[in-house]
Design a protein around this ligand. Structure first.
Ligand code: C5P
Length: 244
């Protein structure tokens, strides 16, 4: 018996993680950013000098890596949720969720253009998904959680009580990302390059053989081009309260 699970999936840059964090805060639920796990593994692969296509080396790395997301929740096989689920109340301090892998603090580093450019290639490898999905399922097994990613409603928790599929046009997603960079005083890619990077990631994520990005049949799609973060959050909070 478990508490409800809220799955939020969608393409790159649709605002999933910000919305998911706000929803978790509003509803007093745990939050797990599964993309951060794939990003952390990617950072570690790049850092280790392993080729992003070297599946054997990556398999070994992912099976041994210690990933920790803020709130002290180790996602290792060795330390499973019992304790960590009590950390509920401090699980989501907006705006940053700190991320560590093998003791390296990688919160900012996993958002780099380089990690972003390679993460989909690594996330497409079956062995990587198998290991990270297993940790996600262990972490969420008691429910009471919002999880965002690409395959939560279709694969990680196909029985989630509420599934949301967040979308926005590529142009809008690129515009938001640039705004975010601007607000941080950075500008990593020009508009056209950024749109291309988003398209590339969408293509790899939705055409991979193992649990590709797609809307679950029973997911509710929210097209967010003309909605603010707060409006999307409010909509999902309403849906949650209606459903559960
Ligand atoms: O959500 P975010 O953009 O941080 O995810 C980074 C990448 O991680 C995605 O483009 C995708 O390749 C991978 N990912 C995934 N499955 C998830 C979450 C993320 O394959 N559940």
């Amino acid at each position: 018996d478990r508490q409800p699970i809220l799955a939020i999936d969608g393409p790159a840059g649709a605002g999933k993680s910000t919305v998911a964090r706000q929803v978790a805060q509003a509803l007093g639920l745990l939050y797990l950013d599964t993309g951060a796990m794939y990003r952390a593994v990617t950072w570690m692969v790049l850092q280790s000098g392993i080729a992003v296509t070297d599946q054997a080396a990556i398999a070994e790395l992912v099976s041994q890596c210690d990933i920790v997301l803020e709130s002290g929740n180790s996602l290792n096989q060795s330390s499973l949720p019992e304790k960590s689920l009590d950390a509920r109340s401090d699980a989501r301090s907006l705006p940053t969720l700190n991320v560590w892998i093998n003791g390296h603090e990688v919160t900012a580093a996993i958002r780099s253009v380089e990690v972003t450019a390679h993460v989909s290639t690594i996330a497409a490898q079956p062995i990587v998904r198998q290991e990270l999905v297993r940790r996600q399922q262990a972490y969420g097994r008691r429910g009471g959680i919002v999880m965002d990613g690409r395959d939560i409603g279709t694969h990680v928790f196909p029985d989630a009580e509420l599934k949301i599929f967040l979308t926005a046009s590529v142009e809008e997603r690129a515009r938001r990302r640039q705004q975010e960079w601007q607000s941080q005083g950075q500008m990593h890619l020009s508009g056209a390059d950024l749109e291309q990077a988003i398209r590339d990631r969408d293509r790899i994520d939705s055409t991979r053989r193992v649990s590709p990005l797609r809307k679950a049949d029973d997911a509710i799609e929210i097209q967010t081009d003309n909605l603010s973060i707060d409006e999307v959050t409010a909509k999902i909070v309403d849906l949650y309260r209606q459903t559960l």
